[in-house]
Ligand binder design. Structure first.
Ligand code: ZN
Length: 629
């Protein structure tokens, strides 16, 4: 026989809002039913598809449970939660501190000197009415300013293209060479659109910086602040044509960026395009050149290693190119890593699915099977190369056959469970999340698939984790009943415990509690030998042979805490505490994720707080005993 103990802990730190909410929440003897709700359209940010999110069961946005600006949580109709982890911030704090969803729509600007701007973000992108030699495009974030304009003295008027949500400057580099800009979550995406073979292959921009210093890297220009942090990146340049035949378009990464200082804070950035590509008879115009200017705040670390670039590092690329990427690059293998430290309170054994959703953007239609496998060691995105890459397991965690460009889903549940378990247990169990995952082409001769990376502002990847809000202790009562002796308790406690028993017996679980003062399972108050951090506890024993409970005991800590039958400030509410401990007595474990602050099995409580049995508690108990009908 084994013994266990579970205690309700005192929560010392509480925010004012939580206290008020709980003190005034309605006290109910019976379980609260799950109220039918319809997901509000404004609760689904534009980065997700409202109809799709709704069809997958979401009924409510749980804003108060969202841990940071890069994640969103929905409650589902079955009581589970779905957490969306994005690679970039999808929310921002406005000037009065209110957290809002980012909206990348282009709107008219009321900032002097500019015609258009992005709609809602703490990162401001501003577009002038025209390039006239002095006006520039500006990206402002957190006191830093990055301004850029084509270095050519043409009077070019802006146009807003609604279908692309883009600001276009036609013929900005002369006849047939236009510039198109979109605002995204982390900055500005620029496209140089070349209608026919150009006379030269270089394009110069003026760059003006405030508070930042540029450093040219092998594939990108990093902009550093005075503390040596990379604040922004002008990312790797790729170019593709319009052939869209023979399984996609032609592309080249053999382009380069250069930078020279003109005067204080003023620089010239030159984009040099693959001359061979521009002159090739296979190249179909228009051709699109695609640099990206982004604020460096991504939460997914990713990069690609290539067999023919053994010492190259490509972390700033907007794509992870997996498979045969042409002779100069060789075969690409993608590496992706999420930071799970903010999500360690998710009950990892309650995770029912983890789906990695990533956009393939090559335009190629050839078929290539991509496998997700686990690397055997940790790696760092900014220093990973083909030569220093970790080994990769030969076991496929998930596989997808990639054809046309669209979002693809990989089921990586087992990987995410082990990474969150690692965070929760401080490395004692599970696997180190810094191993991440590798995207491997099953056939190395298959033409590369281009997966949008964390640096890709327009089609960022997302990880969707669905989890249940309950935990199970393991044992159960084979009789589907548990009797408690309550006659040792003072009357107020007896009444509160009866309320708690009635509320558990009122919900649809194939199980019941009975008051039986001849039972050896006792509920009583204890005023010595207790510890202050414990409000009450449930100790229990079970048979390891069949995982059936043998006994249970519930104790109120009256040595350190005061309790009352009614909900009163300063006292713990007897029925609420009893409801929690009875939950343990029937086999439920504590849950600590904040979204369960409403559930009776949330592991912390405060004086003056009243909690009722919630859908997560009922679903968990039904998992053990089933429902009555
Ligand atoms: Zn507990």
């Amino acid at each position: 026989m084994e013994r266990g103990i579970d205690m309700k802990k005192l929560k010392i730190m509480l925010s004012i809002t939580i206290v008020l909410t709980l003190v005034f929440s309605t006290f109910s003897f019976s379980a609260s039913a799950i109220e039918p709700t319809t997901l509000a359209r404004e609760d689904v940010p534009s980065i997700l598809d409202y109809e799709e999110v709704k069809s997958q069961g979401a009924v409510r946005r749980l804003r108060e449970n969202e841990e940071n600006l890069s994640s969103i949580v929905f409650e589902n109709s079955d009581g589970s939660n779905s957490l969306y982890v994005f690679t970039q911030n999808v929310k921002y704090a406005d000037t009065d501190g209110t957290i809002r969803d980012i909206d990348n729509s282009i709107v008219h600007s009321n900032v002097s000197g500019y015609k258009y701007q992005n709609s809602k973000n703490d990162l401001l992108t501003l577009f002038p009415n025209k390039f006239d030699g002095s006006s520039m495009i500006k990206l402002s974030y957190n006191g830093y300013d990055i301004s850029i304009a084509p270095e050519i003295n043409l009077d070019v008027q802006s146009q807003y293209k609604k279908s692309q949500n883009a600001v276009v400057y036609p013929n900005a580099f002369g006849d047939g060479i236009s510039l198109s800009y979109t605002s995204n979550y982390s900055g500005i995406k620029e496209e140089i659109i070349i209608d026919s073979k150009p006379q030269n292959n270089t394009f110069s921009f003026l760059l003006e910086l405030h508070g930042l210093v540029p450093v040219l890297g092998p594939e990108s220009i990093a902009l550093y602040d005075d503390k040596g942090q990379i604040i922004s990146v002008i990312g790797q340049v790729d170019i593709k044509d319009s052939s869209n035949s023979n399984g996609g378009y032609n592309f080249s990464l053999n382009n380069s960026l250069d930078i020279e200082t003109l005067s204080d804070n003023k620089y010239r950035v030159t984009v040099a395009i693959d001359q061979e590509f521009l002159e090739s008879s296979n190249t179909v115009y228009p051709v699109v050149v695609d640099p990206n200017i982004s604020i460096n705040k991504t939460y997914q670390k990713d990069t690609t290693v290539y067999t023919n670039k053994p010492t190259g590092n490509f972390w700033s690329s907007a794509y992870n190119n997996v498979g045969d990427h042409g002779t100069s690059y060789g075969i690409g293998t993608g590496f992706v890593q999420f930071d799970f430290s903010a999500y360690k309170e998710i009950p990892f054994d309650g995770i029912t699915s983890a789906i990695y959703r990533v956009y393939e953007g090559s335009g190629k239609t050839n078929s290539s099977t991509i496998d997700i496998r686990q690397p055997s060691g940790a790696w760092t995105d900014t220093s990973l190369t083909y030569n220093n890459r970790p080994g990769i397991s030969s076991t496929n965690i998930a596989s997808q056959t990639i054809t046309t460009s669209k979002y693809y889903e990989f089921n990586i549940t087992s990987l995410v469970k082990s990474y969150i378990q690692y965070e929760k247990t401080s490395g004692a169990k599970g696997a180190n999340p810094k191993r991440g995952m590798a995207l491997v082409a099953r056939s190395s001769s298959a033409s590369s698939k281009h997966f949008c990376s964390a640096q890709h502002g327009n089609y960022p990847p997302v990880l969707k984790i669905t989890y249940t809000n309950y935990a199970l202790l393991g044992p159960k009562w084979s009789s589907r009943n548990c009797k408690f002796k309550i006659s040792e308790l003072p009357t107020a406690y007896q009444n509160g415990v009866r309320d708690a028993i009635n509320s558990w017996n009122a919900v649809n679980i194939n199980f019941s509690f009975t008051v039986d003062n001849n039972s050896s399972n006792r509920i009583y108050c204890k005023s010595s030998g207790m510890t202050q951090g414990t409000v009450a506890y449930c100790s229990y024993s079970w048979y390891t042979s069949n995982m059936n409970f043998a006994s249970a005991e519930i104790v109120f800590n009256t040595q350190y805490h005061t309790f009352s039958y009614n909900v009163t400030s300063g006292n713990f509410h007897i029925a609420s505490i009893a409801r929690h401990e009875l939950g343990h007595a029937l086999g439920l474990g504590d849950v600590y994720i904040d979204s369960n602050a409403y559930a009776v099995m949330y592991g912390y409580s405060s004086p003056g707080e009243s909690v009722s049995i919630k859908s997560a508690d009922i679903i968990g108990a039904q998992k053990i005993y089933g429902s009555r009908s």
